[in-house]
Design a protein around this ligand. Structure first.
Ligand SMILES: [Zn+2]
Ligand SMILES: [Zn+2]
Length: 248
């Protein structure tokens, strides 16, 4: 859609979690010397954010995340920084502040997530447009793009089939690794061959372009799979196992 010549000035969309993560990482990387608005670093960040949006397949307007807007966001972060009470720019969002507080003392984790997003942006890796779960309504910690990559991998039919074949060969059946649920026992032939696949690598450790190995996948029933993704960061298989009580 062309916004040019449109008498109504369209406001750019709200900053997504991925965009905030990339920009916040930039902020801490350069703090306390935030580059000038007209610097190359700010231009590069602007370019990165625009590439992210293109990767997801959204249209860009000329002003989308331009150096001016990017610089303003950095100043919003500055406002949340307790070292600079009253400095910076008011007007940051609740999500800006939430992420600032989440990562101000955990910059390594922020770095990991931000690097993974950047590698993914520049990789040719395909990310499907998946609907994230209802449970993701409070957006996932790692950002939507990486979550989509995770889901894309979990839906890779070929590798899922290989995983199922392997487990069936070795154990004779397909049961949930968390709770032991067996779809055949409950549903009979209808459940034969059915089970979900969960990718167990933490998202910040996933390298885009890297092949999924069968050991990266766990077979789980649909309930357990939902429960794993319910909490952030996602539960591990063994953490979920300990939550399953036979008495409850
Ligand atoms: Zn289960
Ligand atoms: Zn999963």
């Amino acid at each position: 859609m062309s916004g040019k010549g449109d008498p109504k000035i369209k406001r750019n969309p709200k900053w997504s979690r991925d965009e905030i993560i990339l920009t916040l990482d930039f902020y801490f990387e350069h703090y306390p010397r935030i580059p000038e608005k007209s610097s190359n670093q700010i231009k590069e960040l602007s370019y990165l954010l625009r590439s992210l949006t293109e990767k997801i397949g959204h249209d860009l307007t000329d002003t989308y995340r331009n150096p001016n807007g990017v610089y303003m966001k950095l100043m919003n972060f500055h406002h949340f920084n307790d070292q600079h009470k009253g400095d910076g720019l008011k007007g940051g969002s609740t999500l800006d502040e939430e992420l600032f507080r989440r990562f101000e003392n955990d910059r390594d984790e922020l770095r990991n997530i931000s690097s993974s997003i950047q590698i993914l942006i520049s990789s040719g890796e395909h990310v499907v447009e998946v609907d994230l779960d209802d449970d993701d309504k409070f957006e996932v910690e790692e950002g939507r793009l990486l979550t989509k990559l995770h889901r894309t991998r979990e839906r890779d039919r070929k590798i899922i089939q290989r995983k199922k074949d392997k487990v069936r060969r070795e154990s004779g059946s397909l049961v949930c690794e968390c709770c032991g649920f067996d779809f055949v026992k409950t549903y009979g032939p209808l459940g034969d061959g059915f089970i979900e696949c969960h990718h167990i690598k933490p998202i910040s450790e996933i390298t885009p372009g890297e092949k999924t190995s069968l050991d990266d996948l766990s077979l789980v029933c649909s309930n357990c799979h939902r429960m794993i993704h319910r909490k952030k960061p996602w539960l591990t298989i063994s953490e979920l196992k300990t939550l399953i009580s036979p008495d409850r």
